[in-house]
Design a binder for this molecule. Structure first.
Ligand code: ISE
Length: 339
C-alpha cells in the first residue's frame, strides 16, 4: 500500500522534499503540503501534484489520511512538531536541527523513549552522501591508519535565508559538520574553541572552530555563510598512513583561453541532491518496515549536534575553549539496541 506523506513547510526545503516524494519515491504519495501561507502551499502543491494543501501543521499530523510526515518548517518548530508526530505514532523525517536547544532535544528523546519505538529520523543528509560514505569506509578498512584530524569547510554563497542570524552559523549551518564528523569518526566531542574574523560590512561573519574528540582527534570547521562565490563544502580526513578528501561532483569543465572553469552550485540542493534522495528513500523504507535506517541520524544525534552548537556559542562569546557536557546516551539509542 502506498505511504501517504505530508510535507510541513513549503519553503526552500519543503519544496525540495515535496519534489523528491513526487518524483523519486515510488511507493509514496504526496498527500498534503502544509504552510501558513496558502499561496506558498498552493504553488508547491501545483508543481508537485500534491493531493491537498493545509495551513495548520498540528491538524495535518493528526489526519487519518496521513501515514508519515516530513518536517521542513522553520527550525524553531521542529521539536514541537516532532513531539506531535510521536504523540500520533507517525514516523517523521525532521529537517535538521532537531532543535537549537539541547534541553528541547532531550524532551523529544524522552517522548520517543516513552512511545517505546523509533519514530524520528533526522535530516542530516550528508550521512547519505557518497563522498562521506567513502570517507567513513576508508577509515573502517584501516588504509588511513588511525584518524588524526578532520578539516571541514562549509561555505554558502550568501546568507542561506532572509532571517539568517549570526548565531545560525553555529546553530543552523555547523550542525552538518558536527554531525558528519561524529558519523565518520565514530566519536563524541569533548571541547570546542571558536573564533571569528571581522568583516568590513554587516553580513554574518565566518566562524572558525576547533573541536576535540573523546578519541584524541582534532576537527576544525570553517563556516562561511557569505562566501560570495558559491556553495562549497570541502573536507579531508587525515590519518597516520594517508588521507581522504571529498570531491565535489561536477558534470563538466569549461576550458577557455588560459582558464579552466568548474561551476559552483548556488546552494546545497544540487550538491546534495543524491544524498537527499537516498535519505528520503531510507525514510520510506523505515515507514514501511519499522526498521530504523542504519546510517540515518536519530534524536540522540540531534541532541549531540545541539549541545555542541550551544557549547560553541558559549566558546565564541567567552573567547575560550569550552568543555562539552553531554548527557548520558540512553540505551534506547545505542546501536546494539536495534540489531
Ligand atoms: C541550511 O539550512 C542547510 O542545511 C544547508 O545545507 C547549509 O549549507 C546552510 O548553511 C543552512 O542554512
Amino acid at each position: 500500500m502506498t505511504v501517504r506523506i505530508a510535507v510541513i513547510g513549503a519553503g526552500i526545503m519543503g519544496a525540495d522534499h515535496a519534489r523528491i516524494v513526487a518524483e523519486d519515491l515510488p511507493g509514496a504519495t504526496l498527500q498534503v503540503i502544509c504552510d501558513p501561507s496558502v499561496e506558498r502551499a498552493g504553488r508547491v502543491a501545483d508543481a508537485c501534484g500534491a493531493l491537498h494543501t493545509a495551513t495548520d501543521a498540528r491538524a495535518v499530523v493528526d489526519r487519518a489520511d496521513v501515514d508519515a510526515v516530513i518536517i521542513a518548517s522553520p527550525d524553531s518548530t521542529h521539536a514541537t512538531l516532532s513531539l506531535a508526530c510521536i504523540g500520533a505514532r507517525k514516523p517523521v523525517l525532521c529537517e535538521k536541527p532537531l532543535s537549537q536547544s539541547s534541553r528541547e532535544c532531550l524532551e523529544v528523546i524522552a517522548a520517543e523513549i516513552a512511545a517505546g519505538r523509533r519514530l524520528v529520523q533526522l535530516g542530516f543528509m550528508r550521512r547519505f552522501d557518497q563522498s562521506y560514505v567513502e570517507m567513513k569506509a576508508a577509515l573502517a578498512t584501516g588504509v588511513l591508519g588511525r584518524a588524526l584530524m578532520m578539516h571541514n569547510f562549509h561555505r554558502n554563497m550568501e546568507n542561506p535565508a532572509a532571517d539568517f542570524t549570526a548565531a545560525m552559523a553555529i546553530t543552523n549551518s555547523a550542525p552538518h559538520e558536527f554531525d558528519v564528523a561524529r558519523f565518520v569518526l565514530g566519536i563524541d566531542f569533548t571541547a570546542i574553541s571558536a573564533f571569528q574574523p571581522k568583516r568590513s560590512d554587516a553580513l554574518v561573519a565566518p566562524v572558525f572552530m576547533v573541536l576535540e574528540t573523546d578519541d584524541g582527534q582534532l576537527v576544525n570547521i570553517e563556516i562561511n555563510n557569505n562566501a560570495a562565490y558559491g556553495y562549497d563544502v570541502r573536507g579531508e580526513l587525515v590519518g597516520e598512513k594517508g588521507s581522504i578528501a571529498l570531491n565535489t561532483p561536477s558534470h563538466s569543465r569549461l576550458d577557455l583561453p588560459l582558464a579552466q572553469i568548474i561551476a559552483h552550485a548556488p546552494d546545497w540542493r544540487p550538491r546534495y541532491g543524491e544524498a537527499y534522495r537516498r535519505q528520503n528513500r531510507a525514510f520510506l523504507t523505515f515507514v514501511q518496515t519499522g526498521e530504523f535506517p542504519a546510517s540515518a541520524a536519530d534524536c540522540w544525534d540531534g541532541y549531540a549536534a545541539a549541545i555542541v552548537a550551544e557549547t560553541g556559542m558559549r566558546a565564541l562569546s567567552r573567547g575560550c575553549r569550552t568543555t562539552v557536557e553531554m548527557a548520558e546516551r540512553p540505551s534506547f539509542y545505542r546501536k546494539e539496541h536495534f540489531t
